[in-house]
Design a protein around this ligand. Structure first.
Ligand SMILES: [Mn+2]
Length: 333
């Protein structure tokens, strides 16, 4: 967990600087966005100039976090100045430069302080200060520790943001990253009076009809391998067009086959473009799957990982299946 030394180092950098830019990964999720909002609330309370700049838009079901529409979507002609003027960059929920896209390139080149707060697996130095704890449920949980250390009185906006981080990254407290500590932090957040039912509903009960139609088709074409230990499905471009669905509509899909009795690993293969596919792997905890994702240039957590592959679906599918089958057989024998 966050050490006193790390927290003090952060406090010092914060007190010595004035302009902060917060960013996160491409395709921001609940933990990414919640962490940004929470950090921004804290910095603003100190009278700092704070900007949140992301590469991609906030998905509809997370718009409720950004009540004052503070999150900016990076456009070179509009925001280059903000990047060059920043004293400190907070890079949250990500420790991988390519997933920061064009904004990452600029941050990397900048002489300003770079601080990473994250819980993804890394075996290299990423920023000037890396506060990365893999065992923590979410970046939000880590940030909570920091905000507690600095005695920041949590307002409802911050508590909602941090609760969203934890709720989403633990799959609503279901995943193995959920510890007794995670529950205590959630409990502290609930004591501020935030409404857990409303937050859940905002995030998970706004499904579109196209999402349901796409899910129906995907689930009716499930494939099983490795004696039923692997369940996989493909989302083709054609399926997206047919149902009028987009990439946001697939949130939560990769989890579904994993819940089938006997299945240890689920694989979702999404056709993004003609020569670009995405694999999303989920494991029940017996088989570490981020090593498979790493084989294809991706990464993630032990039991939830993914990769993008610059190949056509037809080309990539056999390669991916071969690698996964090899890994599953190796681990289960
Ligand atoms: Mn996260």
């Amino acid at each position: 967990m966050l050490t006193q030394d790390e927290a003090q180092k952060l406090m010092q950098i914060i007190s010595e600087n004035n302009t902060f830019l917060i960013t996160t990964h491409h395709n921001p999720d609940g933990d990414a966005l919640g962490s940004e909002i929470a950090m921004s609330e804290y910095l603003k309370s100190l009278g700092k100039d704070v900007y949140i700049v992301n590469n991609l838009e906030t998905p509809d079901n997370y718009q409720f976090l950004d009540v004052n529409k503070e999150i900016l979507i990076y456009e070179k002609h509009k925001h280059l100045q903000l990047v060059t003027a920043a004293d400190v960059f907070f890079i949250l929920d990500i420790s991988d430069w390519p997933r920061l896209r064009e904004l990452g390139e600029l941050i990397k080149k900048s002489p300003a302080h770079k601080i990473c707060i994250d819980h993804h697996h890394v075996d290299y130095k990423f920023a000037d200060i890396d506060i990365i704890y893999e065992e923590v449920s979410s970046t939000g949980e880590l940030l909570y520790e920091f905000l507690k250390f600095v005695n920041f009185p949590l307002n409802q906006k911050t508590a909602t943001a941090l609760y969203t981080c934890i709720l989403t990254d633990t799959g609503s407290f279901r995943f193995s990253n959920t510890s007794d500590k995670t529950h205590s932090v959630a409990s502290e957040l609930l004591k501020t009076g935030i409404k857990s039912r409303e937050i859940f509903c905002q995030i998970y009960e706004q499904n579109s009809k196209s999402k349901m139609a796409l899910m129906g088709e995907a689930l009716s074409h499930l494939n099983y391998d490795c004696n039923g230990k692997l369940a996989w499905f493909v989302l083709t471009n054609e399926m997206f067009t047919k149902h009028g669905a987009n990439c946001w509509d697939t949130e939560g899909f990769s989890e579904l086959p994993r819940t089938i009795k006997g299945v240890e690993v689920s694989l979702m293969i999404t056709e993004l473009k003609k020569n670009e596919i995405k694999i999303s792997l989920r494991s029940n905890g017996k088989i570490v799957i981020n090593t498979i994702a790493q084989t294809f240039g991706g990464g993630g957590h032990n039991f939830a990982a993914g990769a993008k592959i610059n190949k056509s679906l037809v080309e990539a599918l056999p390669l991916v299946l071969k690698e996964i089958k090899r890994k599953i057989c190796d681990d289960l024998i």
